[in-house]
Ligand binder design. Structure first.
Ligand SMILES: Cc1ncc(COP(=O)(O)O)c(C=O)c1O
Length: 432
């Protein structure tokens, strides 16, 4: 094929940006391998037929009077409101399940959480101004960081500590940036069953984080796709539910509570800023940005999700009970398999293998007794037929996460979990 001499966005050559595709495709490349690699929701519980039928529920319940005509359907085929058509349903869901009180007009529907991230970054940062910095605790979900990299945004990594962020390091980082004439504008975080570590941020730490946001004038992006998957801990309110200062932008997603193909997410943004001495409503700026990305989120898909919420009386708790229980059993099977596996001389307490027991979500993290490289991962997949994710994949700083791996258990049977852990232990013992 004739090649064209041309340049593209140079930032795309950053190897960090290969990681998302790697996670999505490695199981396809090695179909025989047991994969703890990507945190997919359990297919056995996808209620696709049921959710498709909810489109009709939406149409039927939206009718004020008279027959449902072709025009009713055709209106849903037309371009529609940029911020969405089911915002009232989302506001009711948030109040019912999360105790978050928000006006429907302060919500913007998005094509999955991923579009929410793009909208937030494009709206809050101007890469050419060069003074705004994004803070992330490391390791961190790569969807937000990856997009920020494509957009050319400066990113500062903050240490994690216990089940949350090291707040001392966060403060030091903010002050260091201030000295350099930079403003830490946004902190991205997944407080509920963090991807990739599985951590559930304690209440006190959430409150202190909100105080820091107010003190140092930054916004917190709270990404919450896993919050419903709580197994055995007390419910801790989301940052948004606790936020007295309106510092939190809350991102929701239906990828795990329904299924990823609905590509449905939303941002709660009830902030008013003073910019150049004028008040601006942040959600209206998000709307402007979105109108140049996806124009509006598919109205047909919104109708499906809206119909589902109406059928469920605007609560996803009851409709997810089976899924949550199934994932809890997978978590238990994972812990049981890890506990009963033989780790030889690498056992816990000897500087060797060690794992956490997450109280929700799809992931746990494991310390391994040697540096995990891409080459070793490849060897493990090819020789031992088991896939995992090195924690360094989720870090910008190459010194972080080198002796840790992430294990996803959400889409596996108990039997596969058992087999996979045996293969993993064989690999780890052979390499220690
Ligand atoms: C922390 C986190 N946020 C967002 C997403 C993506 O959500 P969506 O499918 O709604 O784009 C994922 C998917 O794995 C995730 O782990």
């Amino acid at each position: 094929m004739k090649e064209i001499n041309f340049t593209i966005n140079n930032r795309l050559f950053d190897s960090y940006l290969e990681r998302m595709n790697f996670l999505n495709e490695i199981s396809i490349d090695y179909p025989e391998a047991i994969s703890f690699g990507s945190g997919r929701p359990p297919e056995a519980f996808f209620n696709v037929r049921d959710v498709i039928s909810c489109f009709q529920t939406f149409v039927d319940r939206s009718r004020t009077d008279g027959e449902i005509s072709d025009a009713t359907y055709n209106a849903l085929g037309q371009y529609n409101k940029t911020k969405g058509i089911i915002n009232e349903d989302i506001a009711r869901l948030l109040e019912t399940d999360e105790g978050i009180r928000v006006q429907p007009e302060d919500i913007i529907m998005t094509d999955g959480a991923q579009e929410a991230m793009a909208i937030i970054i494009d709206t809050l940062f101007d890469a050419t101004a060069g003074d705004g910095v994004l803070l992330v605790s490391e390791p961190s979900y790569i969807g937000f960081v990856g997009y920020a990299k494509i957009a050319g945004i400066a990113i500062a990594a903050v240490d994690r500590k216990g089940d949350g962020i090291c707040l001392d390091h966060l403060e030091q980082t903010i002050l260091r940036l201030q000295k350099e004439g930079k403003h830490a504008r946004v902190l991205y975080e997944v407080p509920d069953f963090h991807n990739p570590t599985g951590a559930y941020m304690p209440l006190e730490e959430r409150k202190q984080l909100l105080e820091l946001a107010e003190k140092y004038n930054f916004l917190i992006v709270e990404d919450n796709p896993y919050g419903y998957f709580r197994y055995d801990s007390e419910k801790i309110p989301t940052l948004k539910a606790l936020d007295p200062y309106r510092r939190v932008l809350h991102i929701g997603s239906f990828s795990k509570t329904l299924f990823p193909a609905v590509r449905m997410g939303y941002i709660v943004a009830d902030q008013v800023f003073t910019t150049n001495n004028k008040p601006i409503k942040l959600v209206e700026e998000f709307k402007k940005t979105k109108s140049f990305i996806t124009v509006n989120t598919s109205t047909l898909l919104q109708a499906m999700v809206g119909g589902f919420l109406r059928r469920q009386n605007h609560s996803l708790i009851a409709s997810n009970t089976d899924k949550i229980e199934a994932c809890r059993r997978k978590r238990d099977a994972m812990i049981e398999a890890l506990t009963s596996a033989s780790w030889g001389g690498t056992a816990a307490g000897t500087g060797g293998v060690k794992w956490n027991k997450p109280s929700g979500g799809f992931f746990l993290s494991m310390d391994v007794p040697f540096e995990m490289t891409d080459q070793l991962l490849k060897e493990c997949v090819e020789k031992y037929s088991v896939i995992f994710c090195p924690m360094s994949f989720f870090c910008l700083d190459s010194t972080r996460g080198t002796r840790q791996i992430r294990l996803a258990f959400s889409n596996m049977t108990g039997e596969k979990i058992q087999q996979g852990v045996q293969r993993l232990s064989a690999f780890i013992k052979a390499k220690s």
